[in-house]
Design a protein. Structure first.
Length: 136
């Protein structure tokens, strides 16, 4: 076995370990986002569905953080004023309403972003972990 074979084996081991490092960093991002999301939970589904994932190999590795609920974009960016109308029935009604109504003029919401701020806040930490792992 030549020195080049040893170097190639070391690089392959590092690549395999890199995926584990990325997975660990993704879980760290997920935990950070879940604990620091500033919206008020009603069901906790949005908070519980935030997922940090990683994938990679052959020298390319991706760490991602995303919402797992369809209204995640509204939590992040907010919504403009809009009209809410019934989907199936003829009127809308909720507990506390005086009577059923045909439509509601929703004033919109302010976004409470957590995905991008979490990634930005932890970017240097991720970079330092990767550089340390590869021996820089």
């Amino acid at each position: 076995m030549s020195i080049f074979d040893d170097i190639n084996q070391d690089i392959e081991r590092k690549k395999a370990g890199m995926l584990l490092l990325c997975n660990s960093l993704a879980m760290m991002l997920e935990a950070d986002a879940k604990s620091n999301a500033s919206w008020k939970d009603r069901t906790a589904h949005a908070r519980q569905s935030i997922k940090g994932t990683s994938k990679g190999g052959s020298g390319t590795y991706i760490i991602s953080l995303a919402h797992g609920v369809e209204y995640g974009a509204i939590l992040e960016e907010g919504s403009k004023p809009h009209v809410i109308t019934p989907k199936n029935g003829m009127a809308l009604y909720w507990r506390g309403a005086a009577h059923p109504v045909k439509k509601v003029n929703h004033p919109g919401t302010t976004g409470k972003p957590i995905i991008e701020p979490t990634v930005e806040k932890n970017f240097d930490r991720i970079k330092n972990n990767v550089e340390t792992y590869w021996g820089r």
